[in-house]
Design a binder for this molecule. Structure first.
Ligand SMILES: [Zn+2]
Length: 431
C-alpha cells in the first residue's frame, strides 16, 4: 500500500451535484447564477451599474453568458484607477463597508474586501480535487500579511475542508522543516519553488523527505509548475502535487484534478476566453485572454481581465467533473502577437524549440513586407551542430504544426540573439 492509499485521496467530489452536472444543466446553472449576480450588483455596486449603463444595458438584457460579452472588461490597471477615484474599492463593494471583517492591501496598491463569512468554494474544490482530506495537517506557506491569499482564501478554505492549518507563512525554511517533522504535517500550500527550497533544506539537515517527513499532498499556486519540477518534488516527498490558477482579486479560476489534464473551472466562477482586442468570446480550443466573473456579492467583479492567455476545453475528463478546463496558461497577453489574424505566444515558440535538443537559443521575428506578415525563426545551434537543409525543413514543418502559420528558419551565428531577447520580437511597422 502506498502512502497515498492510506486515505482515499484520489476519487470523490467536494460538491458532487455541482461538479458532475451534465453540460446542459451546467449552462442553465451558470446563466441563472449570472442573472442573479448581475441583478444584485446592479443595485448594490455602483461600478457594475456603470458598466451596464455604459454598454446601454439593463440587468434584464443579460440573460445568458453570451450576453456578457457586450460588457467591458476590467483589467487590474482599471481597478487601480477606479479605486483611486472611488476609494477604497472602486465602487465594486456589494455590501456596506461596516460589514467587512478585513481589508487587504495588494501591490498596486489594490484593496480587497474580506467578508466575515467566507463562503466561496473554489479553493476548497481545488484542495479536494488535489487530494486534501479532512484531518490533514497543512502548512500554509503563502504570506499572511496584507494580501488576501493565505489568510482569507486558503485558510478559510482549509477550514471548510476541516483540515488543520499551521499558518507558517513564507520563509524560514529550517523552521518549516521542523514543523513538518514535529507535527507530522501531511499537506502543503505554497509555491513549487518554495517546496523545493524546503526539500533542499531538509536534505541539508540530513533528512530524507520521503521517509522522515509525512507530506502526502500539495496545492501549489502563484507560479506554474513545470512537469520536471513537479515529478522531482513528488518523488522527493512521495506526495502528489496539483496546481491551481487564480488571482488575488477574483480568487481561484482553475484547478487540477488527479488526471492532471488541465484546470477545471470552479463552480462559483464563470470563465470566458476572449479576443483581447474585441472582448468577444472565443470558441473552445481557441487561445485568448482569461476573463473571470465571480458570483460573490461582497465583491462582484464582473468580467475581470486577468491578462493571461489560455484556452478552454470541454472534452470529457475521466475524473467525472464536467466543468470545462483551462488547458494551460500560455503566457501574458501583452507578450502575445497577432500574426495574419492568429495569436502567437511565447509558449508556442518554446514548444517549437523544445523539440530540437540541438537548438541552443532562439527567437521569433515578425516583420512586414508588402502588407504581409513574415515570420522568421532565428536559431542558434549548440556547439558541434552544423546547420543543414534537412533540419531547416523539419523545423519549418514544426512551425506550421505549432502555430498554424508558415515561417522561415534562419540559422544564425552563436551570440547573435542578445541576452534577454524577447521570445517574439515584433518588428512590424505600420504606415
Ligand atoms: Zn478532471
Amino acid at each position: 500500500m502506498t502512502r497515498l492509499q492510506e486515505v482515499n485521496r484520489t476519487s470523490g467530489f467536494l460538491k458532487k451535484a455541482l461538479e458532475t452536472m451534465p453540460s446542459g444543466k451546467r449552462t442553465e446553472y451558470l446563466n441563472r447564477k449570472l442573472r442573479g449576480i448581475i441583478r444584485y450588483a446592479h443595485s448594490h455596486s455602483p461600478a457594475v451599474r456603470d458598466k451596464l449603463h455604459s454598454a446601454g444595458m439593463a440587468p434584464k438584457d443579460i440573460q445568458t453568458v453570451k450576453h456578457l460579452q457586450h460588457l467591458s472588461i476590467t483589467k487590474k490597471t482599471d481597478l487601480i484607477d477606479l479605486q483611486k477615484k472611488d476609494p477604497p474599492f472602486g465602487g465594486f463593494l456589494g455590501i456596506p463597508i461596516t460589514e467587512l471583517r478585513r481589508i487587504y492591501v495588494s501591490p498596486g496598491p489594490l484593496h480587497e474586501p474580506g467578508e466575515a463569512d467566507y463562503d466561496e468554494i473554489a479553493w476548497a474544490q481545488a484542495m479536494f480535487a488535489g487530494g486534501f482530506r479532512p484531518g490533514d495537517r497543512v502548512i500554509n506557506t503563502f504570506s499572511y500579511h496584507m494580501v488576501p491569499f493565505a489568510l482569507h482564501m486558503l485558510d478559510n478554505s482549509l477550514h471548510q475542508l476541516r483540515c488543520i492549518t499551521i499558518p507558517t507563512g513564507v520563509g524560514n525554511t529550517e523552521q518549516q522543516v521542523h514543523v513538518l517533522r514535529n507535527l507530522k504535517v501531511t499537506g502543503f500550500c505554497g509555491t513549487p519553488s518554495f517546496l523545493l527550497s524546503i526539500a533542499e533544506k531538509a536534505e541539508e539537515m540530513g533528512l530524507t523527505p520521503s521517509k522522515d517527513l509525512s507530506l502526502r499532498v500539495g496545492l501549489v499556486a502563484a507560479e506554474m509548475v513545470s512537469e520536471s519540477l513537479r515529478s522531482r518534488l513528488e518523488e522527493k516527498f512521495d506526495m502528489v502535487i496539483r496546481q491551481s490558477y487564480g488571482t488575488a482579486d477574483i480568487g481561484c479560476l482553475g484547478y487540477e484534478c488527479m488526471e492532471k489534464n488541465g484546470m477545471h473551472i470552479p463552480d462559483d466562477k464563470l470563465v470566458e476566453i476572449v479576443d483581447p482586442q474585441t472582448g468577444k468570446q472565443l470558441p473552445f480550443e481557441t487561445p485568448g485572454e482569461i476573463v473571470g466573473t465571480t458570483f460573490n456579492r461582497v465583491y462582484p467583479l464582473i468580467r475581470f481581465g486577468t491578462g493571461d492567455l489560455s484556452l478552454l476545453t470541454n472534452k470529457p475528463c475521466p475524473c467525472g467533473r464536467t466543468s470545462p478546463r483551462l488547458v494551460k496558461i500560455l503566457g501574458r497577453i501583452d507578450q502575445t502577437t497577432k500574426v495574419r489574424g492568429l495569436f502567437v505566444h511565447p509558449g508556442q515558440v518554446d514548444e517549437m524549440a523544445s523539440r530540437y535538443p540541438e537548438i541552443a537559443r532562439y527567437r521569433m521575428l515578425v516583420t512586414r513586407e508588402e502588407h504581409k506578415d513574415l515570420i522568421t525563426f532565428q536559431v542558434e545551434l549548440r556547439e558541434g551542430t552544423l546547420p543543414n537543409d534537412r533540419m531547416k525543413e523539419d523545423v519549418e514543418r514544426t512551425i506550421r504544426d505549432v502555430i498554424k502559420l508558415r515561417g522561415e528558419v534562419q540559422f544564425v551565428a552563436r551570440g547573435t540573439i542578445p541576452d534577454g531577447a524577447r521570445k517574439i520580437e515584433d518588428q512590424r511597422t505600420w504606415d
